[in-house]
Design a protein around this ligand. Structure first.
Ligand code: BYC
Length: 342
C-alpha cells in the first residue's frame, strides 16, 4: 500500500500501474491539505495553487531584499559601534531571508532571474511598507519594533503553511525576525528614556510608521481577493483583519512600556470583544502606494535595478566558477571511466 506522500507524487508509477485520472490527483491533493500534511515540490498540485504560492513567495522575497534599503540608509550614521554592528547584522539577515525565499520559489519551477525581472519591471509587488522614507535614526527602532513585529505576527502562522519548503523557510526567518523586533524595541526604549529631543524623535518615528505598519497585513477582508482561496489551501491560516487585530493587541501594552503613544485617538479596550478597537485606516493611501505613488517607490526600484546591474560581474564570476567545478567533476568522472575500461 503506497504511503500518503507517495500517492501524491506526480512521478510515473514505478510499478507500471495505470496513470491516474486528473480528478484522482486533485482528490489526493485535497485530502493531504485537509489532513494538514505538507505538499512537497514533487507532489502533484493544482496549477492555481502553484501560481498563488509563486506570487506570494516572490512578493515576500522581493520585500526582504527591497527592505534592506531603508535601514541600510543608516548604517554609516549609526550612533555607536554596537548599534552599527547590530544594524549590519540585521540588514544581512534580510538578504538571507530573500535567498531562502527565492530558493523556495525555485522549488515550484520558477527561476530567480524570472522573478527578479518581474520585480524590476513592476510586474510583481513588494511590501507597501518599504516605500516610506527613514528620516531619522529613530526610524531604525520603529522599523524593528513595528515593521518586524508586524512581519512576525504575519509570518509565524506561515510556519504551518501547507507548502513544505515555504513553511520550513519561515521557521528560520521567524527566529531571526524576533531578534530584529527586540533590537528595535530596545533602541526605541533607549531613545524614549533619553533626552527630551531623543524622546521626541522616537515619538515622531512611531507616529509615522504606525499606520503603514497596519497596512502591511493587506486590505480588509472584504477587499482581499486571494484570502478565501489561500485559506482553503492552508497557505494562509488567518485572514488579514485577524492578524492586524492581533498585532494591535500586542502593540498597545508595549507602547505603554516604551513610554510612547500610538497615533490613534480611537484606540480603546473593548471588553466585549476582548480586543482593542482602533480607528479607520486610510486605504486610499495603501492603494496609491501599491500603484507606485508612495514617497519612495521610484527610489527603491531604481536603487534595486542599479544594485542588480552593478552585481552582474559577481553573478558571472559565480557562474564561471560553478561551471569550472562541474566541468572538473565531469572530467574526473570521465577519467575514472576511462581508467576502469583500460
Ligand atoms: N504590500 O488578496 P490580498 C519584512 C496586494 S518583509 C503590497 O489580501 P494576499 C521585512 C496583494 O499582493 C514582509 N502589496 O493578498 C523585510 C494582492 O495583489 P496581487 C513581507 C500588498 O496575498 C526587511 C492585493 O494586494 N511579508 O518583514 O492574500 C526588513 C490584494 O491583497 C500588500 C510578506 O510578504 C502589502 N502590504 O495577502 C524588515 C508575508 N498587501 O498579488 C522587515 C507573506 C496586499 O494580486 N505574504 N497586497 O497583485 C502574505 O502574507 C500575503 O501575501 C499578504 C497579502 C498578507 C501580504
Amino acid at each position: 500500500m503506497a504511503t500518503a506522500a507517495a500517492q501524491r507524487t506526480a512521478r510515473p508509477q514505478a510499478d507500471g500501474a495505470a496513470a491516474r485520472e486528473p480528478a484522482d490527483y486533485q482528490r489526493v491533493f485535497d485530502a493531504a491539505v485537509a489532513a494538514d500534511e505538507r505538499i512537497e515540490p514533487r507532489d502533484w498540485m493544482p496549477d492555481a495553487y502553484r501560481a498563488t504560492l509563486v506570487r506570494q513567495i516572490a512578493q515576500h522575497a522581493h520585500s526582504e531584499i527591497i527592505g534592506m534599503q531603508p535601514e541600510a540608509n543608516w548604517i554609516t550614521r549609526a550612533p555607536s559601534l554596537r548599534r552599527k554592528a547590530i544594524l549590519m547584522a540585521k540588514v544581512q539577515d534580510e538578504a538571507g531571508h530573500g535567498l531562502y525565499l527565492y530558493s523556495a520559489a525555485e522549488t515550484l519551477g520558477t527561476g530567480r532571474d524570472e522573478l527578479l525581472d518581474k520585480l524590476h519591471s513592476g510586474r510583481q509587488k513588494y511590501s507597501s511598507i518599504f516605500n516610506y522614507p527613514t528620516l531619522t535614526w529613530a526610524d531604525v527602532g520603529a522599523i524593528g519594533w513595528l515593521v518586524d513585529g508586524a512581519a512576525i505576527t504575519n509570518q509565524v502562522p506561515l510556519c504551518r503553511c501547507s507548502y513544505g519548503p515555504y513553511a520550513r523557510a519561515m521557521v528560520r526567518i521567524c527566529k531571526e525576525e524576533s531578534f530584529h523586533q527586540r533590537q528595535g524595541y530596545e533602541l526605541l526604549l533607549a531613545l524614549s528614556k533619553g533626552t527630551p529631543e531623543q524622546h521626541a524623535m522616537a515619538q515622531d518615528a512611531v507616529d509615522r510608521w504606525w499606520w503603514p505598519s497596519l497596512m502591511m497585513f493587506g486590505p480588509p477582508d472584504d477587499e482581499s481577493q486571494h484570502s478565501a482561496q489561500s485559506m482553503a489551501w492552508k497557505i494562509k491560516r488567518h485572514s488579514n483583519d485577524e492578524l492586524r487585530q492581533r498585532f494591535v493587541d500586542i502593540c498597545v501594552p508595549q507602547a505603554e512600556s516604551l513610554g510612547l503613544t500610538l497615533p490613534d485617538p480611537d484606540l480603546t479596550w473593548n471588553e466585549e470583544r476582548g480586543h482593542y478597537d482602533f480607528g479607520p485606516i486610510d486605504w486610499s493611501e495603501f492603494w496609491d502606494v501599491l500603484k507606485g505613488n508612495g514617497p519612495c517607490n521610484e527610489q527603491r526600484l531604481t536603487q534595486r535595478k542599479r544594485a542588480h546591474d552593478e552585481g552582474a560581474w559577481v553573478r558571472e564570476a559565480a557562474a564561471a566558477y560553478a561551471a569550472k567545478h562541474t566541468g572538473g567533476a565531469e572530467a574526473a568522472a570521465h577519467e575514472t571511466t576511462g581508467a576502469e575500461r583500460a
